[in-house]
Design a protein around this ligand. Structure first.
Ligand code: KIV
Length: 314
């Protein structure tokens, strides 16, 4: 399957938005899990700066360096040669100036063979987005809860619940679209606000913890696998419990498990991870994930206020 896979491109992403088909993507930071993601049939992989936490063990994403991101990105490309891969610009590599932003974005493309880059922020980074896009590099925006600057809005908090937060996010999204982003990712927002932004933008709008009305879903690999102990966001689902019986069945039905391991190397964590990632991809495509269960609720009175915003369109 991996060899014959046709990589998604921005044209197909737009068609999928129009047809309301969901894009399924996962973060990954290394060779084995990227192999798993590609085998599971994901549309895209993000080498998130979250890799600084879940892979390199930092307490936040802030210390991650460009060199560390490139090392992770190179191994991701080796594990997933036929998947659309996005490199995440770490803090401090694009805010200072357009030239630095373009040089660092180019490293993902030239050194690690990424297809696109992602960066956090809206109006405040629009000139950098434009410079990168003008250099011919595909740029994705990231709005809502943006971990690199989370301290400036009081920590890891759900966004888009108040009129001010919704309107600011929508204005940022319009600025990113105008500056040339091919898509925007929204993090940690109620479905209704994220849905409004998805509806009002021409480019695809994806979500992580942004509910059911966006054009596709992202999940952190280590949350999906239950592979990170310090923290699990409300909106993340571990898929191992969903597939453990199927895994046991496959293992217990083998007539010679040792020989199966030698022949297929499909008797351990790799198989379990492939089953979990495949189930996630199916659930996203069938709109079973995130559902209401993994979506931030919004109180009726807050929603009524949002609907009175001059930027809300029915
Ligand atoms: O670093 C990352 O994985 C991200 C996602 C949380 C959106 O930016």
């Amino acid at each position: 399957m991996a060899d014959s896979k046709v990589k998604i491109d921005i044209r197909k992403m737009r068609i999928m938005k129009r047809k309301k088909s969901q894009v399924a993507w996962i973060t990954s930071y290394d060779f084995p899990f990227s192999y798993v993601a590609e085998q599971a049939g994901v549309d895209m992989i993000l080498i998130g700066d979250s890799g600084g936490m879940v892979q390199l063990g930092y307490k936040t994403t802030n210390p991650v360096t460009m060199d560390e991101m490139i090392t992770m990105a190179k191994s991701v490309r080796k594990g997933a040669p036929n998947t659309f891969i996005i490199g995440d610009m770490p803090q401090g590599t694009y805010e200072v100036g357009e030239k630095e932003a373009v040089v660092n974005a180019l490293r993902f493309i030239k050194e690690a063979d990424c297809d696109a880059i992602k960066l956090e922020g809206g109006i405040r980074v629009a000139s950098k987005v434009k410079a990168i896009a003008d250099a011919g590099i595909l740029v994705m925006g990231h709005l809502g809860l943006t971990p690199q600057s989370s301290a400036s809005f009081g920590g890891y908090r759900v966004q888009g619940k108040t009129v001010k937060s919704f309107e600011n996010t929508l204005q940022d999204a319009f600025a990113l679209q105008k500056a040339g982003t091919f898509a925007v990712l929204l993090e940690a927002m109620p479905s209704e606000s994220a849905g409004q932004i998805t509806k009002q933008l021409d480019i695809p709008v994806y979500g992580i913890g942004a509910g059911t009305q966006v054009d596709g879903q992202l999940i952190i690999m280590h949350d999906l696998m239950g592979f990170y102990e310090p923290f699990r966001p409300y909106f993340a689902k571990c898929y191992i419990p969903d597939v453990i019986k199927e895994f046991e069945k496959k293992i217990s039905s083998a007539s010679d498990i040792r020989q199966m391991g030698i022949d297929e190397r499909n008797d351990g964590i790799l198989l379990l991870a492939k089953m979990a990632a495949t189930k996630y991809v199916q659930d996203v495509r069938n709109r079973k994930f995130p559902g209401e269960e993994y979506t931030y609720p919004i109180k009726d009175k807050w929603l009524e206020k949002l609907k009175k915003s001059k930027m809300w369109k029915e």
